[in-house]
Design a protein around this ligand. Sequence first.
Ligand code: SF4
Length: 288
Amino acid sequence: RASIFLQRDHGDREDRQHARLKYVVEEKGIVWTKKTLDGYFGRETDAPRPLPPLKVKDHLGWNDQGNGLFYFGLPVTSGRIRDYGNEKLRTAIREVVTAFKTPLVLMPTEDVLFCDIKNEDKPKIEKIFRDHHVPLKEDHLPVELFAMSCVALPTCGKALAEGERARVPIVSMVADVLKKYNLAQERLSVRITGCPNGCSRPFTGDIGIVGRAPDLYAVFIGGDFEGTRLSSKVADKVKTGDIGKFLDPFFAAFAKERANDNEGFGDFCNRIGIARLQELSAASGVAS
Ligand code: SF4
C-alpha cells in the first residue's frame, strides 16, 4: 500500500512511457524514496540490503520438486506448441497431461514445466516425448535452449521484420560460428525481436537481434546471460543471412581473449568496451 501511494503521488501521470515506479526511484534517488516510503508506511523500514549476484537456474530436464515429486522442463522453440511434421509436440503434451494430470507452468523463457510427477512415472513420460519425436534438453545445444524470440510477423502489427519465423535459421547460423571456434557448449542467450519494442528482452541478453526493416536487424551485444545489464548497439543494419558472418569476429576474439572459462560472451564484450566492439563490427564487413 505504501508503494502504491508513492507511485500515486509521485509517479508521472502524463507520459505513459515514463509512468513506472522505477523512474521515480531512479530520478528521486534511494534516500528520498526510502524516506518518503517510510512516511506512508508509518515507521522506519530496514536499510536496503545488497542483493547477491543473480543466477538464472536452468529448469529444463528433470528436477526435484522438494516434496518427493519431480518436475520436467521441456524446451519449446519460441513457445509455439503445435505438431511439426514428424515432431508431434502438441499431441505429446496432450497425452502427458491427459495420462498423468500434470499441472503446467508456462515459463518466461518460452518453455513448459510439467509438475507433480512421481519418480516411477518419469520413464513413461520421457517415452511419450521420444515416441512423438519431440527433442528434449539433451538434444539441443545451449545456444538453442536459451534463445528466445517474439512472435512478430504475421501476428504482431508492430513487427518490422521476422521474429519467431527467423529464429531457427538465425540461431543455426550463430551455432555454426560457435562450432567453428570450439564454443558450441557455451551458454549464451540470443534474443530476437521483430521491432525495437523488445518483447523478448533483446537489450539485456548476450546478443540482441532487433528487427529494423524486412530482412534487416540491428545487433546489440554486451548484456549478460542473467539479463542484468544493458547491451550496446554494435550494428544498425545487418541482413538476416549475414548474421553468422557478422558475429564471426566477435566469437573469434572471445575464443582467443576471454579471461577464463567462466567469463561469458556478454561479460567479455562488456569488458573489452564499445570502441573495440565497433572495430569488430567493422571487421565483419557486413554491418552498416
Ligand atoms: S518486439 Fe515488436 S514485433 Fe515483437 S512482439 Fe513485441 S511489439 Fe511485436
